[in-house]
Design a protein around this ligand. Structure first.
Ligand SMILES: C[S@@+](CC[C@H](N)C(=O)[O-])C[C@H]1O[C@@H](n2cnc3c(N)ncnc32)[C@H](O)[C@@H]1O
Length: 201
């Protein structure tokens, strides 16, 4: 079976699955697969989801934290409310200077986990898209450091490229363990990866 064909089918598989299961994005499976394998979100956790629209990851987090946890979604865009009292959303920009303080005002306590799927609008110019993605990942890291509890966890989207190594080195200065992850639901041909930081030090 040609590899490209298998990958195409996989892409369709997650797209169709999300539609059938009434999830807001196929991206939900990336977080569910990573969280299942690495167990960085637990029932009862307070989770902040950066770049949360349209809300697939909010649905994933809600499934994992259950009714005793709390989730705050942050995006430039308005997010259609979820039918769950412990999921809230705000409009904000992760690059804004006071965003961490704004987020903290909505949390019942310091966050256990920060997840970030923030992405720029892709231009198609590879170097530019890579640089912007790493830039946004860096903003997410700064927010995570300032709102996580000690030993909290961080999961963030990056694109492979020359600036990635330095970003991983920065993350290593703050977390006990840092891993690079490619969930099955992430398209094989995409340069997308996720960096997982466990245990804010
Ligand atoms: C790939 S989507 C996230 C999909 C989401 N994880 C889901 O499962 O539904 C990326 C999001 O990042 C948001 N975004 C991009 N730049 C942002 C910024 N500076 N601040 C906040 N959100 C941003 C976009 O508006 C977009 O909704």
């Amino acid at each position: 079976m040609p590899k490209a064909w298998v990958r195409e089918r996989k892409k369709e598989h997650y797209y169709r699955k999300a539609k059938q299961e009434k999830y807001r994005s196929r991206a939900i499976y990336k977080l569910l697969q990573a969280a299942k394998k690495y167990r960085f979100i637990k029932p009862g956790d307070v989770v902040v989801d950066l770049g949360a629209a349209p809300g697939g990851w909010l649905q994933a987090c809600r499934k994992i934290v259950g009714s005793k946890g709390f989730i705050l979604g942050v995006d430039l865009k308005q997010i259609q409310p979820l039918d769950s009292p412990n999921v809230r959303t705000i409009i904000d920009d992760v690059t804004a200077p006071n965003v961490a303080q704004h987020v903290r005002e909505f949390l019942p306590r310091p966050a256990d986990v920060v997840v970030s799927d923030v992405s720029p609008n892709v231009s198609g110019v590879w170097e530019l898209d890579h640089a912007r993605q790493i830039d946004l990942a860096r903003y997410s890291l700064q927010i995570a450091i300032s709102i996580l509890k000690p030993k909290g966890n961080f999961f963030v989207k990056v694109f492979q490229g020359e600036a990635l190594d330095n970003f991983v080195k920065e993350a290593r200065q703050h977390f006990t363990s840092v891993k690079m992850i490619k969930p099955k639901a992430s398209r094989a041909r995409s340069a997308e990866r996720y960096v997982l930081g466990i245990g804010l030090g």
